[in-house]
Ligand binder design. Structure first.
Ligand code: PEP
Length: 250
């Protein structure tokens, strides 16, 4: 079964505008032939319009966060329509830093996914367990609960717009990458949850990415796994060379 292959870079709260544009220029210069691979970057929101322009049709752009309301007195927030209007195609939802630094709940994440789909954005939904949850043997259960809560009320025919990213919290920004076996096993478990919710066809076609300390040195082992369709990269997406080395994995 051939699935979409997606390589995404989350720039978090890094880059000035000139650094962001230089990074995109470097990535585009080195992109070469990537066949059907889809490349997505998630720049800081304030750079989005310029980054969209610089990306042209080679690289898709997403934003890292948005609020679920259409508009209103929500100082500091960005609405789904604003994300769409700036030219973004994707929206990252439920990243572990949103959950654990900013206290986003499963319910907020679910509302954001609905709000994104309603305006035609493609949500990249992040799930993943804490180290304490893994050590207690609860990883699969935690991820299943997050996934079911996130997707509550999302219809079958909306699932072709959804991407899942498995990002174990203990692997994000720590240099402790999950082994290919740990990641593959969780990706299979995620497909089982999708199968129970939506049936076999959707379970096999929804792209499931891995994220957490992905580097050029460990991408090969991860991407060679049957159920890993690409990666969501933080730190290593901030230099063109390391992101390109990841994108070009064979
Ligand atoms: C991320 O920000 O989603 C991430 C996986 O970060 P890093 O690659 O730096 O662990």
């Amino acid at each position: 079964m051939k699935r979409r292959e997606i390589f995404a870079g989350n720039w978090k709260m890094y880059t000035t505008l000139s650094e962001a544009l230089a990074l995109i220029e470097g990535i585009i210069k080195g992109l070469g032939d990537i066949a059907n691979r889809e490349i997505v970057v998630f720049p800081p929101a304030v750079h989005a319009r310029e980054v969209v322009k610089a990306c042209g049709n080679k690289i898709a752009v997403g934003l890292q966060n948005m609020y679920f309301e259409k508009e209103g007195a929500f100082t500091g927030e960005i609405s789904p329509l604003m994300v769409k209007d700036v030219g973004a195609r994707f929206i990252l939802i439920g990243h572990s830093e949103r959950r654990h630094v900013f206290g986003e709940t499963d319910e907020m994440i679910n509302r954001k996914i609905h709000a994104a789909l309603d305006v035609g954005l493609e949500p990249m939904v992040c799930v993943g367990e804490l180290i304490s949850e893994r050590e207690a043997g609860n990883s699969e259960k935690v991820v299943e609960t997050q996934l079911k809560a996130a997707l509550a009320g999302v219809a079958r025919d909306q699932m072709n717009k959804v991407v899942i990213a498995y990002e174990p919290v203990w692997a994000i920004g720590t240099g402790k990458v999950a082994t290919p076996e740990i990641a593959e096993s969780m990706h299979q478990s995620i497909r089982n949850v999708l199968k129970a919710l939506y049936g076999a066809e959707i379970a096999t076609t929804v792209p499931v990415l891995y994220g957490g300390s992905v580097k050029p040195e460990n991408i090969k082992g991860l991407f060679s796994q049957e159920n890993i369709d690409g990666v969501l990269v933080g730190g290593a997406s901030l230099t063109a060379k390391s992101f390109l080395d990841i994108i070009h994995v064979q």
